[in-house]
Design a protein around this ligand. Structure first.
Ligand SMILES: Cc1cc2nc3c(=O)[nH]c(=O)nc-3n(C[C@H](O)[C@H](O)[C@H](O)COP(=O)(O)OP(=O)(O)OC[C@H]3O[C@@H](n4cnc5c(N)ncnc54)[C@H](O)[C@@H]3O)c2cc1C
Length: 305
């Protein structure tokens, strides 16, 4: 077991104990994390993670928590938030270099201000750059990996650079699941700043019309099965508006589960389970979760993943 005193020997940043994860997830659910850490810089992060790995102490890298369902029991070990320590973005020659904690909206805005195109469709994704790279986030025909050149990661207890060709990007996945993404570099095509701003605005308006953005949620709960849409299958199963506790399958977009206020992770999970069973009975298609389950026993993960 790693104690607070042990952590303090290796860590200079902010530490909180029993910090509610609901504060750090867009769904606003999730129990406490034993330790919650905000490293001061990359070195601080690398040192504490190396220490945790050597001691087999579990840790979770938090982006903006927009693709997570954290259990009501919370997270054993440490949740590490990179937002404060890895938040720089700069041009280096023709490359945009952004650190993992940069908010997607800031990244897109930076690129547009430089007159660079190819990421404006990602503007409304409410995650961090690091979370987007790990998830290979995408929207409206574009993905974060389209113009990516390379990623600096912490892997095998060292900082190393992975070229895009070696990152195995696919639909909402990459090879970075067990690494820590530190920085990503992009080479983007030139564009017209005014046009790009207009396009970004249109993409954001589209989201406002189609997604339940006034209520806490984790975006799409399920991956789209090949050649189909999870939302369509859920709607056809008659589940729109279905409620368990204070969690509800959105009336506006059936692939979103919204928190009506004070929902429990267990309510969300019950809805997930019901959705999968009903869609499977109706169509023979087994929906796969897109949202990551954190702090749940392996049996639960196996049942719904
Ligand atoms: C309203 C709404 C709309 C959304 N729309 C879209 C969309 O259009 N397209 C889309 O693809 N997604 C969408 N999402 C889902 C989500 O925003 C993306 O998956 C996003 O990329 C997750 O980033 P995050 O920083 O919030 O990651 P988190 O949710 O914090 O983490 C996701 C996973 O990545 C890991 N992780 C995070 N940062 C790092 C890092 N630096 N190094 C290693 N691992 C890391 C976490 O441990 C976790 O396993 C939406 C979500 C919401 C709430």
């Amino acid at each position: 077991m790693v104690s607070l005193a042990d952590i303090k020997k290796f860590f200079r940043g902010h530490i909180a104990i029993n910090e509610p994860m609901a504060k750090y997830t867009s769904m606003r659910v999730g129990g406490p994390s034993d330790y919650y850490l905000e490293p001061t810089d990359k070195r601080d992060l690398v040192e504490i993670v190396t220490y945790f790995q050597k001691n087999n102490f579990p840790y979770l890298i938090l982006g903006r928590g927009s693709n997570l369902l954290v259990s009501d029991d919370g997270v054993r070990g440490a949740a590490i938030n990179l937002e404060a320590s890895l938040s720089a973005i700069r041009m280096e020659g023709d490359l945009v270099i952004a650190e993992a904690g940069v908010h997607m909206a800031t990244f897109v805005d930076f690129c547009i201000q430089q007159g660079l195109s190819g990421v404006e469709m990602l503007a409304g994704i409410p995650g961090s750059l690091g979370g987007a790279v790990v998830m290979n986030a995408g929207a409206y025909g574009g993905t974060i990996s389209d113009h990516l050149v390379e990623v600096e990661v912490y892997r095998d207890r060292q900082v190393q650079v992975v070229k895009k060709e070696d990152a195995q990007f696919a639909y909402r996945q990459s090879s970075f699941t067990h690494d820590i993404v530190l920085t990503a570099s992009f080479r983007l095509p030139q564009g017209n700043k005014e046009e790009l701003m207009l396009r970004r605005r249109e993409f954001i308006l589209k989201r406002n019309i189609t997604q339940p953005l006034t209520l806490p949620n984790s975006g799409s709960m399920f991956r789209n099965p090949a050649g189909n849409h999870a939302a369509r299958l859920i709607e056809q199963a008659g589940l729109k508006g279905k409620r368990v506790g204070n969690a509800q399958i959105s009336e506006k977009h059936a692939n979103f589960i919204v928190n009506l206020g004070g929902a429990k992770a267990s309510d969300v999970l019950t809805l997930v389970d019901l959705t999968r069973r009903t869609v499977y009975q109706n169509t023979g298609i087994l929906l796969e979760l897109e949202v990551k389950l954190i702090g749940f026993p392996n049996e639960v993960k196996r049942e719904v993943a």
